[in-house]
Design a protein around this ligand. Structure first.
Ligand SMILES: Cc1cc2nc3c(=O)[nH]c(=O)nc-3n(C[C@H](O)[C@H](O)[C@H](O)COP(=O)(O)OP(=O)(O)OC[C@H]3O[C@@H](n4cnc5c(N)ncnc54)[C@H](O)[C@@H]3O)c2cc1C
Length: 392
């Protein structure tokens, strides 16, 4: 954004920079970036955000939100990304919290929201099933009411970080007699309940983040149901909108692109750089233009949220474009790794890009293949955009 900031916004920007400078230390970054200590690092980071009062900027103030203006949210996010600090893990603070705030009762708000703010509970998302991904409403995990408990049987799949989770928010079927969107109920399930089993799924990036979660006669108190029985589809869809907004990661892509431009500027044998290759330079510039356009779309969405409107189907557009841009950046990083790897023994030292550049480029490339699938595949986002944004 190139508009001039007000005095007040400049002061806010300095405050954010000072906080990041102090709280996002090199040691903490190393702990978060090491897969073995990632959870511990992220929880510590989120606790630092909580102490600052910035764990849940988008929440209503009475629950611990910040009441930032659109510009302030934008500044915070830009500064956070350019410092290389992560967003809070979305499953608790962005996803289930949005449903608890909108549809939960007072007891549920008092029980769960403070623990999410303080990162005392790690949440995961139990939506997808082996036979229900894009066609989520065809989910089959059963919940049968027995007294004041539901008894759950079935399986969820692709459950990110279930191995760390204390709680899972789940869509379960309480009735199969009507349309498939009816009879779905939204439940909060303690992962320590007897009958819950988590099994890892190996992925191409070699990092354990996905799991299967199985439920075998798992007993869940009715008090853990959000809203009405059978109305879970409405709550589930509102959560997906928040999920998709969080996947766009515009500020993080801006940082990644700026870094990439710097990397490709490095000269090697004979004084040439990858940036001098017109094809590479064009691809880089095309992505920068797309990202600038997406940034304005994001600002429009933020402005409408600030006016009190619920984010709508435009979140699909943001998810679609945001993940295409992320993948395009990851592909260019692979090109950077390839171009300079042949010359690492030459005039460009390995230190110039970092010894593990190629390794990290390929890991993020492989991991990034998934971003056009999770949060609802990009093909499905095109369908939603065609129907609800373009009215086709
Ligand atoms: C890394 C990763 C993390 C994930 N984390 C979670 C999680 O934490 N919790 C959770 O519940 N789920 C999670 N998921 C699951 C994710 O939401 C689903 O994978 C996704 O919704 C697609 O469903 P599917 O895999 O069953 O594919 P399918 O629905 O079988 O789709 C297969 C292909 O068909 C296309 N397709 C399907 N229907 C249509 C249509 N109507 N029009 C055009 N094309 C169509 C799809 O785009 C896709 O290319 C995760 C997935 C990944 C990859």
């Amino acid at each position: 954004m190139h508009t001039r900031l007000s005095e007040e916004d400049l002061a806010f920007q300095s405050e954010v920079r000072a906080f990041l400078n102090e709280a996002w230390t090199k040691e903490l970054a190393a702990t978060c970036n090491n897969r073995a200590t990632m959870k511990e690092g992220l929880v510590e980071w989120q606790r630092r955000l909580y102490k600052q009062g910035w764990m849940a900027p988008h929440w209503p103030v009475e629950h611990g939100g910040t009441d930032w203006s659109v510009t302030q949210s934008f500044i915070y996010n830009l500064e956070r990304a350019s410092a290389g600090a992560p967003e809070a893990i979305p499953f608790g603070v962005t996803m289930v919290a949005s449903v608890i705030i909108a549809y939960g009762n007072d007891e549920q708000k008092a029980r769960f929201l403070p623990r999410i703010l303080k990162s005392e509970d790690w949440w995961c998302q139990g939506y997808s099933e082996p036979g229900a991904g894009s066609d989520l409403a065809s989910l089959k995990t059963r919940a049968e009411l027995e007294g004041d408990e539901y008894v759950i049987n079935g399986s969820k799949i692709w459950t990110t970080y279930a191995q760390y989770a204390d709680w899972i928010f789940c869509l379960v079927r309480t009735d199969s007699s009507g349309r498939k969107q009816e009879g779905i109920t939204f439940l909060l399930i303690d992962m320590n309940t007897p009958g819950v089993t988590v099994r890892p799924i190996d992925t191409i990036d070699g990092f354990h983040h996905l799991n299967e979660v199985h439920f075998d006669n798992v007993r869940v108190p009715v008090a853990n149901r959000i809203g009405e029985e059978g109305k879970g589809w409405t709550y589930a869809k509102s959560l997906l909108v928040h999920e998709r907004l969080s996947i766009a990661e515009v500020a993080d892509s801006k940082r990644a692109l700026a870094q990439l431009r710097e990397e490709a500027r490095q000269e090697v044998n004979g004084g040439t750089s990858l940036l001098q290759d017109p094809l590479f330079a064009k691809r880089l510039t095309d992505i920068e233009i797309d990202l600038m356009a997406l940034e304005f779309t994001e600002l429009r969405a933020l402005a409408s949220i600030a006016e009190g409107k619920e984010p709508g189907p435009e979140s699909s557009l943001l998810k679609l474009q945001g993940t295409e841009i992320q993948q395009a950046i990851q592909e260019l990083r692979m090109d950077v790794a390839a171009y300079y790897s042949g010359t690492l023994q030459g005039e460009l030292s390995a230190e110039a890009l970092g010894h593990d550049y190629a390794d990290s480029a390929q890991k993020s490339y492989f991991r990034g293949r998934a971003s056009s699938i999770y949060g609802g595949s990009n093909e499905v986002q095109k369908n939603i955009t065609a129907k609800y944004v373009l009215g086709l």
